[in-house]
Write a protein that binds this ligand. Sequence first.
Ligand SMILES: *Cc1c(COP(=O)(O)O)cnc(C)c1O
Length: 432
Amino acid sequence: MTESSVIPGAVVPPPPSQPFPPRGGRAFEFDAHAARAQFPILSRRVNGKPLVYLDSAASAQKPRAVIDAMTGLMETSYANVHRGLHTLANETTEAFEAARETVARYLNAETADQIVWTKGGTEAINLVAAGLGQSIRAGDEIVVTQMEHHANIVPWHMLRERFGAVLKWAPVLDDGSLDMDALASLIGPRTRMVAVTHMSNVLGTVNDVRAIADLAHKAGALLLVDGCQGAVHCAPDVQALDADFYVFTGHKLYGPTGIGGLYGKRAALEALPPYQGGGEMIATVEEDRVSYAGVPHRFEAGTPPIIEAIGLGAALDWLSGFDRAAIAAHEQALYAHARDRLADFDWLGILGTAEGKGAILTFTVDGAHAHDVAQIMDRYGVAVRAGLHCAEPLAKRFGVSSSARASFALYNTVEDADAFVDALIRAREFFV
Ligand SMILES: *Cc1c(COP(=O)(O)O)cnc(C)c1O
């Protein structure tokens, strides 16, 4: 059969009346100004200047779609979930479970009941660590990396303190990439868990999660991926990544605070003991025994963050209206533009230059404390973060006591990138 032949009986679609715009041409470019217009807060001024918000890696702003979904729920159809037989309870339950399905689709989870709601990324990691803690023995090993957020360090430290687990640290190379050879050599027969970030919130480094999954699984260990940044910027596909657990947080995904969650492979979730006890997570409760509900409800004790979960669902529905690759290309272009304009300044130190990194620009200014730099930039309406970025071991690795960070999101524009560079140059003049 040749390419142009027609299968007998097949319905042949009519040719499009208009030729499709060429791929990769302007027609496919991401319209950041149009996206930005959907974020009410971004039209405000700060210190008399237009707001240039470059702190989305700490928390992203919320589009109108999210604000409306949350207020709309409270105004029209709110009740507690699962328990009721009345109309409002049923409507809210339906919206709440639909949001779980939206998350499952967004992450490409096999089924929606592999998504556990938590109050954020931090709680999701604590849930896994607490469960693992119930079977950990002294000398069992947990492998982390030097680029982890404290949320993916401290819960494992607690297993070290309480049960004698051993933390092993995979080093970060000078360009901010993970030393994969060293990581491979740290994973062994006593490794129970490998816990790595998908994308570093400081360096922007994107780790080869699939390769790490293979290393962990070959040793019989589980892999937990901290996707708090990766879920936003790396188009995560949990099945392709082969992660046993994948953690995300709502407020960095253009959704509300107080909501996040955990994806788990079915077997991994079913092997995990319950986290908190209470209503909603049980099958039966008697005076002398208790039995638990199935996954995921077993991990969701008490009234969940209902409004927030539905808000996150609205955020992901809204986000899915865009081409993710186009968003990523847009963010990369902003980062590259800022980097290019800053390339010749010898007073600037840049942390993280790994290939394929995300649009996070973390920097130090010679002779200036990062807090002072950030405060001066704020006078120009430019919001950047400064400090340790919840990653103290990484700061130590690079020998810095603090750094400033500009993180780009879909609503940032080339004007924002220029305003950032201009404000940084002006801030630096205070220190010469
Ligand atoms: C923000 C962040 C966390 C913590 O998320 P919370 O929403 O604060 O619980 C964990 N890891 C990374 C990489 C993050 O960026």
